[in-house]
Design a protein around this ligand. Structure first.
Ligand SMILES: NC(=O)c1ccc[n+]([C@@H]2O[C@H](COP(=O)([O-])OP(=O)(O)OC[C@H]3O[C@@H](n4cnc5c(N)ncnc54)[C@H](OP(=O)(O)O)[C@@H]3O)[C@@H](O)[C@H]2O)c1
Length: 222
């Protein structure tokens, strides 16, 4: 709701910047967390955005940033092999105010109940990219899995938004969502990043999404 303070963790990334812009437009007071080397990416927001610089898995940084926030929107990034996403999620779960809405971003590969049905293409990608990225110490998809396992086990007011493949471009409207990947309505497997950001923000006020992991895709199927 306009006037409320919210925190965006991972504010300097592509998704993060869309969320900051939309949140400011909607009248929220916004606190952003990003790595110190990325603060300059947020310069165009001027003094409309309060930045708390630091790694998003730094518990002191998160404790400071989420103080007094009605909602925390967190970009879960699988980068590195030191449990960055897990540390980030745990800090948010531990330090956000008790009634805060906690919205997390991830991809379709995360499953809440194991009932998702994946395409051969996605299974192949995960089978190849997962081990290779870990071997090269670039990313660890299991880190996002562990982060989400902890979120799903929590009693907090969480939503994990699971996005299809993403693309840049003009907004197409609020994405549609389904309980499971594999639903025919999601088969086109694409979402504009700007619309993903819109869904993350809209989830703040959507109580129907609490303790759920919506799988989203563009409302335009073509
Ligand atoms: N890319 C896809 O196709 C896709 C598909 C479905 C879902 N998703 C989900 O969408 C969300 C955002 O994805 P995105 O592709 O748009 O990325 P993004 O918004 O650009 O976000 C990447 C985040 O990771 C941080 N980051 C980059 N390198 C890092 C490193 N080495 N160590 C720690 N943090 C690092 C970035 O911070 P800096 O600004 O400091 O670099 C930024 O906060 C993620 O939750 C992702 O799982 C992505």
């Amino acid at each position: 709701m306009a006037g409320q303070r919210i925190c965006i963790v991972g504010a300097s990334g592509k998704l993060g910047q869309y969320m900051v812009a939309q949140a400011l437009d909607e009248g929220y007071e916004v606190v952003g967390v990003c790595r110190p080397e990325s603060v300059a990416k947020l310069a165009h927001f001027d003094d409309r955005l309060r930045i708390v610089p630091g790694r998003t898995n730094d518990r002191a940084v998160i404790a400071e940033a989420v103080s007094g926030c009605a909602a925390v929107l967190t970009v879960l990034a699988p980068w590195g092999v030191e449990g960055y996403a897990t540390g980030t999620a745990q800090a948010v779960l531990d330090f956000a105010p008790p009634d805060a809405r906690l919205i997390f971003s991830c991809g379709w590969h995360i499953s809440l109940d194991g009932k998702d049905r994946y395409s051969c293409q996605l299974k192949l990608f995960l089978a190849l990219f997962g081990p290779l990225a870990r071997l090269l110490r670039i990313a660890d998809l299991n880190d996002q899995v562990e982060a989400c396992r902890r979120i799903f086990a929590s009693e907090r007011r969480w939503t994990v938004v699971r996005c299809s493949d993403m693309e840049e471009g003009e907004a197409e409207g609020l994405p549609i969502w389904r309980e499971h990947v594999g639903d025919p309505a999601l088969a086109h497997n694409r979402t504009r990043r700007i619309d993903f950001a819109h869904f993350m923000l809209a989830a703040i006020a959507d109580v129907a999404l609490e303790r759920r992991a919506p799988a989203i895709a563009s409302r335009v199927s073509g």
